[in-house]
Design a protein around this ligand. Structure first.
Ligand code: SF4
Length: 334
């Protein structure tokens, strides 16, 4: 894998952050492009957040890109560009226990077990134990430390992650190919399907969100920039919002545009609905063609706005759901 060519902590950091919540095959092209665009921390720190979000577009969980940008500035300003370790590494934005341990072990050869979902699943099966509470995870950390060698501890961490990803998968693990088959209690006892024990799943809410495609006389449409500190912060979107109780879609889109942009619109027609899933909720995104009627445009909660042509969308970063809707509205506005 491209992040395993050397022990450069910058390269390892970026790969570990990209790999959180995202599959290896998705990450590889993003990672290769990233390393060409931002080959050093210095280049990254000097790049604009807009450019960084554009590079991250499609990877999701955009807070990670904000944290990377902020961390690169801290490294430049407070550490003279030298990648920090130990407690100074822990203080960087977005560095949790897992990322800290992965960087410290792989880049700096420190004996610190890195525990992610893969590692928990593999050891839940090997030991026939449950690792979900903080106390249980701490006991796993102590257990792993007993096995961890003092030479190349990073390889130990990576080997368990690889085992979890390639062989001891959530479904259909290939025990016959597994190098720790002889030490695995779940395999010996035929209880692999019972480990890790299933957690009760919370019901995921589905939200209806309406957005307006407001065209001007130049066939440009309006987009707004989400506030930096909100979910999907810094990304651009079509203006709109969540439907309230007893509100129709048309009432909602008119109200949202009045509240957000201080203008009145006429809603002309619905042009499509797309679905998208986030980690804790799902949305149905409904797009409406609209015409501006009155008022002076003034943004109330967004960070910025712009009138763009359809061909300009590649110059801005948008959430995946908005891209899905763009596919549906293309013929209406090109
Ligand atoms: S033997 Fe099977 S269940 Fe046990 S660690 Fe290997 S793949 Fe996982």
């Amino acid at each position: 894998m491209p992040w395993r060519v050397n022990k450069d902590p910058y390269r390892i950091w970026i790969s570990e952050v990209m790999l959180q919540q995202t599959q290896v095959k998705t990450v590889i092209p993003y990672y290769e492009k990233w390393m060409t665009q931002y080959p050093t921390i210095e280049v990254l720190a000097q790049s604009s957040l807009d450019d960084i979000l554009k590079s991250w577009e499609g990877l999701g969980y955009y807070r990670r890109a904000h944290n990377i940008k902020r961390s690169s500035e801290i490294i430049q300003q407070n550490h003279r560009g030298k990648f920090p370790k130990n407690s100074e590494l822990k203080e960087l934005p977005g560095i949790g226990d897992y990322t800290y341990s992965a960087i410290m072990s792989i880049a700096f050869d420190e004996r610190v077990p890195a525990i992610d979902g893969n590692v928990k699943r593999v050891f839940s099966r090997i030991l026939e134990k449950k690792f979900s509470t903080a106390a249980q995870i701490k006991s796993l950390y102590e257990e792993l430390k007993k096995y961890m060698p003092s030479s190349r501890p990073g390889c130990f961490n990576q080997a368990i992650m690889d085992l979890g990803r390639e062989i001891c998968r959530p479904k259909n693990p290939e025990c016959c190919k597994c190098p720790v088959h002889n030490s695995c209690k779940a395999s010996a006892n035929g209880s692999v399907k019972e480990y890790p024990p299933k957690e009760e799943r919370k019901k995921i809410p589905i939200l209806d969100v309406v957005v307006a495609i407001i065209l001007n006389n130049n066939k440009e449409f309006l987009i707004t920039k989400r506030p930096k500190d909100k979910m999907l912060g810094g990304l651009w979107e079509l203006p709109g919002g969540k439907i309230e109780k007893k509100e129709t879609f048309i009432e909602c889109v008119s109200r949202e545009i009045k509240e957000e942009l201080n203008i009145s619109i006429e809603v002309q027609k619905q042009i499509g609905t797309v679905k998208h899933a986030y980690s804790h909720f799902k949305i149905r995104l409904h797009g409406f063609m609209c015409e501006m009627k009155s008022g002076k445009l003034k943004i109330q909660s967004a960070d910025d706005y712009s009138w763009i042509k359809f061909r300009d969308i590649e110059s801005f970063s948008f959430p995946k759901a908005t891209h899905k809707l763009f596919k549906k509205i293309k013929n209406e506005i090109v």
